[in-house]
Design a protein around this ligand. Structure first.
Ligand SMILES: [Zn+2]
Length: 319
């Protein structure tokens, strides 16, 4: 038997056919083409699913379930997208609209939770009882899996770790508060911090590595310049890491997960990011003297995490 995972993004709809060993056997994607009505979108997704099953030579009877990860607040019980700003959806019954076009059971989840679930099932969190995922991208996303269950919260909006304030009265955040972790520790925040520093220090390697164009400075340029020993890049990186460590330590102290998985593009830096993070976090832990503390690891599945997690999503208990 097979499962289908769909990762619905603002730019692309990605699909994977996944086997029982949680390996993706067949992948496809097509543009999301926003703005678009939920009816037209679900029609396109259903067509994509049936077409790719056909291409892979798998019949609908061989599919035991499908899942879709959606960037928004999703009620995983009834599959209603309560809010998805990229799509302009408010209280849209996306799961029901898609389910009526598919011949197998469908689950719906928030995309960050689906990606964390994928890492937990088949990637960096495999074998753990509890895992915290921190995704460093345009924002700071996350999800908390405790004792085999992804924490949804009373209103399914749990896990917004990026909106934990680490500097009261600090930088404004998109959520309306000030000083959120996201405003300091997202990949976008690192880029912004590096651009400011490069403008003030035009002789640093940052500008040279970006071809003299401030706009081309990104996380990778910062990491390259740190590796090359550039003082300005190192100062920016150290400051950035102190923000990330503050948030990570807060979360570990609250949850004490077995593993913390760092995802998003920046996690590609591997040990260059993880090693200083471990060193900074360790003395901040309430449990620093414990014989067991959370391990910090990089995500392993990249974009496949969302597909595998959606395919194997287990809906939360309704309460
Ligand atoms: Zn915020």
């Amino acid at each position: 038997m097979y499962r289908i995972g769909i990762d619905l993004g603002g730019t692309n709809i990605a699909l994977g056919i996944v086997d029982e060993k949680k390996r993706i056997l067949h992948k496809a994607s097509e543009p999301t083409n926003l703005p678009r009505s939920a009816e037209s979108l679900t029609e396109a997704i259903a067509e994509l699913v049936m077409r790719e099953l056909d291409r892979a030579g798998i019949s609908a009877e061989e599919v035991e379930a499908a899942g879709i990860g959606i960037p928004g607040t999703v009620n995983p019980v009834d599959g209603i997208v309560e809010y998805a700003n990229n799509f302009g959806f408010v209280n849209v019954p996306l799961k029901a609209l898609l389910q009526e076009k598919l011949p197998f059971p469908l689950h719906a989840a928030n995309d960050a939770k689906a990606a964390a679930w994928g890492e937990y099932q088949a990637g960096a969190g495999k074998g753990c009882r509890s895992m915290l995922m921190i995704t460093l991208g345009t924002g700071v996303g996350g999800a908390m899996i405790i004792n085999g269950s992804c924490i949804e919260g009373y209103n399914y909006a749990a896990g917004e770790i990026g909106h934990m304030v680490i500097r009261q009265g600090g930088k404004p955040c998109t959520c309306g508060r000030r000083g959120c972790l996201e405003a300091y520790a997202s990949a976008s925040a690192l880029t912004e911090q590096a651009r400011e520093a490069a403008a003030e220090n035009p002789d640093s390697l940052l500008l040279a590595h970006a071809g003299g164009n401030l706009e081309k400075i990104n996380g990778k340029v910062v990491m390259d310049c740190v590796a090359a020993g550039d003082e300005t890049a190192k100062r920016v990186f150290d400051q950035y890491m102190s923000y990330l460590a503050e948030g990570t330590a807060n979360l570990i102290n609250i949850l004490q997960p077995e593993r913390v998985v760092i995802g998003g593009g920046l996690s590609g830096a591997g040990e260059a990011l993880l090693s200083p993070l471990r060193q900074l976090v360790s003395p901040m832990l309430y449990s620093r003297d414990s014989s067991r503390n959370a391990q910090i690891a990089a995500a392993e599945l990249g974009n496949d995490a969302g597909i595998i997690g959606a395919a194997f999503w287990q809906p939360a208990d309704s309460f």
